[in-house]
Design a protein around this ligand. Structure first.
Ligand code: BDR
Ligand code: CA
Length: 305
């Protein structure tokens, strides 16, 4: 089993990523979920995480709210993609229970001081960067960070940048330069992680509360100009990679982050061909077998109520 913490800003694709982790306790030992401001403000991302664990029949999973704003820049949310509550299409009731009282950054530190864990980072990297700044020794207990962020090609929130890195570029720079083992799953890969019509139809046939929520999120109207038809399941690739690394390819690269507040804010410069001759700091994934991936994700979702 892989001990993990999920740091997240649900978000429809975050929701499906969390569901995948909860569906496979034989693979993932989930210690807790830490929420961060991103797609919507942190009070709502924490409540959304509660709604997801309750949907999955795991109300015992602890959810903590963390940073309300990026390290330096003001928060940019993405309701225009995710809807007013961040989980448009899911049709879920409000959370029955509130998040826990502790702060997500303190909980990340305490969890990593106790035992090694892999961080599944599905949103802006603010919580993790703060934890590393407050308690740098936790780096030694981070087995790896598998993150959704960045892009080798065009961005989505701007032409230059993917949303998670754009939202908190300074936090991304902290995490990428902390000497950790980091696996990066960027838009160049996740824009291929789109469920086919046959996959979407199969989700509908599961006819469970979970499948109805996932089906609703995958079939909701999609705003234009986002660079894909259908809803890419960006964040699902994070637990997907940990569970089934054989479905992905990648290589070690140097990755730099633009922390300016201009047009290039949050851009990831991925030196795929090692032109800069700098030491690699990131394992960058570049391909996914999306057909087998969605077969397996749906098999897993079928295990939930
Ligand atoms: C990332 O941004 C968020 O809106 C998604 O949840 C994903 O983490 C994609 O750019
Ligand atoms: Ca996310």
């Amino acid at each position: 089993m892989i001990p993990i913490v999920i740091d997240t800003d649900p978000g429809q694709d975050d929701a499906v990523a969390i569901l995948l982790a909860l569906a496979r306790p034989d693979i993932f030992d989930l210690s807790c979920i830490t929420a961060v401001a991103g797609n919507v403000p942190v009070a709502q991302t924490a409540l959304n995480a509660r709604r997801i664990v309750e949907l999955a029949g795991h109300p015992e999973v602890l959810v903590y709210a963390g940073a309300a704003a990026p390290l330096v820049l003001p928060l940019t949310t993405a309701e225009f993609v995710c809807g007013p509550d961040g989980m448009d299409g899911a049709g879920l009731p409000p959370a029955a229970l509130p998040p826990e009282a502790g702060h997500a950054v303190s909980v990340l530190i305490e969890t990593l001081q106790r035992a090694p864990a892999t961080i599944c980072a599905l949103g802006p990297l603010t919580n993790l960067a703060l934890a590393l700044r407050l308690a740098p020794e936790i780096a030694g207990n981070i087995t790896q960070v598998v993150l959704m962020g960045g892009a080798m090609n065009l961005g989505n929130i701007t032409p230059a940048a993917e949303y998670n890195f754009y939202a908190d570029p300074h936090a991304a720079a902290v995490v990428l330069n902390a000497g950790l083992r980091v696996t990066l799953i960027g838009l160049h890969l996740t824009l291929s992680a789109i469920a086919s019509p046959a996959h979407v139809a199969r989700i509908a046939t599961l006819n469970t509360a979970t499948s109805r929520a996932v089906h609703g999120m995958l079939t909701r109207p999609r705003p234009g100009n986002l660079g894909s038809n259908g809803h890419p399941m960006h964040d699902v690739c994070v637990p997907g990679y940990l569970a089934w690394p054989e479905l992905f390819t990648g290589r070690d690269c140097h990755v730099g982050i633009d922390t300016s507040d201009g047009d290039l804010r949050g851009r990831s410069t991925i030196d795929w061909h090692n032109r800069l001759k700098r030491p690699a700091n990131v394992f960058v994934l570049d391909s996914i077998d999306a057909t087998v991936f969605f077969d397996r994700v749906i098999d897993a979702l079928a295990l939930l109520p």
